[in-house]
Structure formats: C-alpha cells, structure tokens
Design a protein around this ligand. Structure first.
Ligand code: C2O
Length: 336
C-alpha cells in the first residue's frame, strides 16, 4: 500500500536529525479537517521559471514583494513564510506519522531518501509558488531557479545577498565564505580551494554522473521504493544524495549549532535560497526525464502514484495530492 497522507491532528514534536534533539518549536500546521482532493485547474496557467542570475530588477522587486508579504502574514496563517518553512520540517523530521498495520504504534513519514523525494518537493514548491503569485495578484508568477549546474549560474544569485534592496530574500544564517564562491556540487564540509574554473569543471562532471552516467534506472535516479509499513530512508537517488545534498551542506552556516538554515532538514525552508535551490532540483527531474528516450520515465507502481501529501493552497484550503506528479508537469516549464 502507498504512504498515506499525514493526520494533522496527530502531528507531534519534530526532531533535529543532525543532533537527535527535539526541534524547540512546533513544526505542525494549523489543523483543518476540511480537505479537498487536488484537481487540475480548468485553464491551467503555464508558469515559466526563470534562471535567478538572468532576471531583471523589475522581476526581483516583485519577487521580493511577494516574499515580504508572505513573511508579514500572521504566524498562524498556513500561507505565512514560517508555516511554509515548517512544511519541510513536518515532512522530514518525524512530526508526521501513520498507524502501523496492527495499530499498535505510529510509523514515521519521511519524504527524503526514497522515491517520494522528487514528487514531494515538486508539490511543495508548486503550492509555495501559487501562494506567492496570489500575494501579488499574479496567477502567472513563477519562482526563480538557482542555475548552479551552469558555470554562469554557479554563484549564489545576487538577489539573495542584497539585504538592503531585497530584505525578504536575505538570510544571515548561511556560510559567509561560500557566499563569495561558486557552489561546489561535491561539497561535504570542507572547501576544496580550487579556482572557479576548476570548480565549474568538477561540477559538470558531477552533474554528468548523477543525471546521466549513474542514473540509468528509475530507482537509481528517483530513489528507492518506499511503501506503507516500510522502514524510512530506503535510499536516495543519485541527485538527491549528490549535488542536492552538497548544496544544503555548502549553504548552511557553520556558526550555527546544527548547520542552520540550509544544512538541516528542520530549518532548510527558513532560507529563501532553499526554494531557488529546489526549483533547480525540480528542473533536474525534468531534464532527466527528457533524455530518457525509450526508457521508462515514471514509476507506474500504484504505491508510488497513490502516495499522498497535504498542502495548504493560496486560499488556505487544505489540498490532498498524489505523488503522481505527471499531472502538473505541463504547467511548469523548466527551460533546458
Ligand atoms: Cu527536502 Cu533539499 O530537501
């Protein structure tokens, strides 16, 4: 059977996985028992996400405004920035559970290190993006992606580093040195002290390995099978385990106790940069699918397709979605 949607009423204290301590605040969303099933909009809006290093000042100002409005919403509003950040914490740090077959215990839901990684994050960004658009009355708004796979886009996009002009995109809890360097897709905690050209060459080789060379099967790229009753963390796909995680560690602040913000599941969503990072992760999924040729692109196992998640939409409506993200692919364009 598939992983069921979380029961918000049973949401519990999250755990900081890096140190095993309880997260010192609640990551649980407001409870709402009126849930609707996701439906394709009658006239879907095509949103084209731009590369963050290529957008103009007008775009950045509007994005900053949308983010500022999200930050300013009351903490109890499920659309508020802190609640949106906590979506990640709740799904990734043991706050959500479901009853075991005998009902004698509750089993944890974990969307990482398994085949749910890509669909979960796609849906998460999708609702985040819809909320941003509604806060600036623009139903076509598309969030930027951090194009770290391209030499021109490897540095942290400037808009996220300009506290004075774009305060809603700024965050102090980042690795300050790495913010001046090109992203290292092989980072695991120490700087390699290469020059930018060498880093770019390494990054391209890493991309090649995880999107092409080692990503020949669905499970190798997407992650291992994870059904109802299975132990969590059966295994991450190449990209999740590789440059996706490297960027998290690379961006986290070594001055913080536990890699906050980007370097820890519970806090990662509190950095606006997280969403640009994951927009590129989402794009990697599309790029990988696009070059599959005659090879299977999507799991057809019903336990994958029918795994369910809950998200609040821009109208504060709780929506139930399935991992079968093929439905939303046509309306999010990821440029090559
Ligand atoms: Cu849910 Cu980049 O992790």
């Amino acid at each position: 059977a598939p992983i069921p949607p979380p029961d918000l009423n049973a949401c519990r204290t999250a755990t900081n996985i890096n140190n095993g301590q309880p997260v010192p605040y609640s990551c649980c969303p407001p409870v709402n028992n009126r849930i609707v099933d996701f439906r394709l909009p009658a006239r879907p809006t095509i949103r084209t996400r731009p590369a963050a290093h290529l957008v103009n000042a007008q775009y950045i100002s509007r994005f900053n405004l949308a983010m500022q409005r999200m930050i300013n919403l009351p903490a109890s509003d499920p659309r508020s920035f802190m609640q949106q950040a906590n979506v990640h914490c709740a799904y990734c740090n043991g706050a959500y559970t479901y009853p075991s077959a005998t009902g004698s215990q509750r089993l944890e839901i974990q969307v990482h290190n398994c085949w749910l990684f890509f669909p979960f994050h796609r849906w998460y960004l999708y609702f985040f993006e819809r909320i941003l658009g509604s806060l600036i009355n623009d139903p076509t708004f598309a969030m930027p992606y951090w194009n770290w796979d391209s030499p021109a886009g490897m540095y942290t996009p400037n808009m996220y580093l300009n506290q004075r002009q774009y305060p809603a995109l700024f965050n102090t809890r980042r690795n300050q040195r790495n913010m001046t360097l090109p992203a290292d897709l092989g980072y695991s905690g120490t700087n390699n002290n290469l020059n930018p050209t060498q880093t770019a060459a390494n990054n391209c080789a890493i991309m090649h390995n995880e999107i092409i060379r080692n990503a020949n099967t669905l499970q190798n790229f997407m992650g291992r099978i994870y059904r109802r009753g299975d132990a969590i963390n059966p295994g991450a796909g190449t990209h999740e385990a590789g440059s996706h995680t490297a960027i998290h560690i690379w961006g986290g602040d070594p001055r913080q106790p536990s890699g906050e913000d980007l370097g820890n599941f519970y806090s990662a969503g509190r950095d606006p940069l997280f969403y640009a990072h994951h927009a590129n992760v989402d794009r990697m999924w599309t790029l990988w699918r696009n070059r599959r040729g005659n090879q299977p692109r999507d799991f057809t196992d019903p336990d994958y397709l029918n795994a369910q998640f809950l998200f609040y939409d821009e109208n504060r409506q709780l929506v139930r979605v399935r991992a079968d993200s093929r439905v939303n692919v046509p309306w999010i364009q990821c440029p090559p």
